[in-house]
Design a protein around this ligand. Structure first.
Ligand SMILES: Nc1nc2c(ncn2[C@@H]2O[C@H](COP(=O)(O)OP(=O)(O)OP(=O)(O)O)[C@@H](O)[C@H]2O)c(=O)[nH]1
Ligand SMILES: [Mg+2]
Length: 357
């Protein structure tokens, strides 16, 4: 998401290696792509186990039409807000490149201004929902529609706290919400509550946006906002080359890694996600789960039966497995631990679930 012409589609193409048409200002259709999460650890495991299939984790990116959330009439706004509401994280593309052929619609390139404008817009979108809902809920509850102890009372209390903050231009993510409150509010999909990764779309030199990065980091000043820079157009063009050519260009330009790797890592951090792996002759696969989620939740990612019939999990750290050279060796070395249902899954765990259905 981001302002018109910020380079959203360009960045989307760069991340997802797609060829969606750029520069078509304001097309209403969202572009979608499923992107394989690059992870050297999975590659290494695959070399160890020679599985028939190697399956990376996936991220779904959606490139929504440009502009302020509420712009372009009610129907357009509703569609755009709908697309954003279901997202786990917002990637906010902010223009940091200069271009004579495509001048900035505001006449100057000013990442801080654009960032503030979009944030204010998200806050407004939430405020209009909160206002409507507070009035209705208030009326309903006073008419005795909910018994004491009904979670709707808590809902109303929270919305009433949000209202003055939103009116003040402050995002909902500034509230330190308990997990139970978060769950209660989830159906709203408040935009200013979502973790946000700001992607400064730079010209060919990514380091040109270092100052802007710092400024935005300082104003965002919040752990649910991450900031990075990406040379959108350059990376999109690199994505169109074949592998050998691409590596050659990257070496010449001194680029060690494409932006996708960095963006995904930052997103995992923001969302507090970790990767765990399953290995075998059949398939080596990377999975995604919340940090320190219990082993049964990780099992449920694979199949609900595995969670239901969970007996135990055999767990070895990725580094230990690689160092020992295989599961048999890891077991001999005492690195294969036996863990129960509540074991908190760590990043890089290689897990074999034992279950009974
Ligand atoms: N010079 C330069 N131009 C860029 C860069 N990124 C995007 N552009 C150009 O800016 C124009 C708009 O890019 P898009 O990716 O279509 O921007 P957008 O945010 O998707 O635009 P809308 O969807 O219409 O809001 C295109 O002509 C791009 O080629 C960049 O890093 N450098
Ligand atoms: Mg676009």
């Amino acid at each position: 998401m981001g302002l018109p012409g910020a380079g959203k589609t360009t960045v989307f193409n760069a991340l997802a290696q797609q060829r969606a048409e750029v520069g078509s200002f304001g097309g209403a259709e969202a572009h979608r792509a499923v992107v394989r999460v690059p992870d050297d650890r999975l590659t290494r495991l695959s070399e160890m186990f020679h599985p028939r299939k190697t399956t990376p984790a996936e991220v779904r990116y959606v490139d929504v039409a440009g502009g302020m959330v509420a712009a372009g009439g009610e129907a357009k706004a509703a569609a755009r807000i709908g697309q954003l509401r279901t997202a786990d994280e917002l990637c906010h593309v902010v223009r940091a490149f200069e271009s004579d052929t495509h001048p900035h619609p505001r006449g100057s390139v000013d990442p801080r201004r654009d960032f503030d404008e979009m944030m204010a817009d998200l806050v407004l979108a939430d405020l209009s929902i909160v206002e409507k809902r507070v009035d209705r809920l208030d009326r309903e509850l006073r008419m005795g529609k909910a018994a004491p102890g009904n979670p709707q009372w808590r809902e109303l209390e929270l919305l009433k706290q949000f209202k003055p903050a939103l009116e003040d231009g402050r995002p909902i993510r500034e509230f330190d919400l308990a997990e139970s409150d978060r769950r209660l509010l989830r159906p709203y999909g408040f935009l200013s509550e979502k973790p946000m990764l700001v992607i400064l779309n730079t010209g060919d030199d990514v380091s040109s946006a270092r100052d802007a990065e710092e400024t935005i980091r300082a104003v965002a000043g919040d752990r649910a906002v991450g900031v990075t820079s990406l040379a959108g157009r350059l990376e999109m063009e690199l994505g169109e080359l074949d592998e050998t050519e691409r590596l050659e260009f990257m070496r010449d330009l001194g680029i060690e890694e494409l932006g996708l790797g960095r963006v995904v890592r930052l997103s995992y951090q923001l969302l507090d996600l970790v990767s765990f792996f399953t290995v075998g002759e059949d398939e080596c696969r990377a999975w995604t789960v919340g940090r320190a989620a219990p082993a049964t939740e990780a099992a449920a990612q694979i199949h609900s039966d595995i969670a239901r019939g969970f007996i135990r999990a055999e767990v070895v750290r990725y580094e230990d497995l690689v160092e020992s050279g295989g599961l048999v060796e890891a077991r001999k070395a005492g690195q294969l631990r036996s863990e129960g249902k509540t074991y908190p899954v760590q990043d890089g765990d290689v897990i074999n679930f034992l279950f009974n259905v």
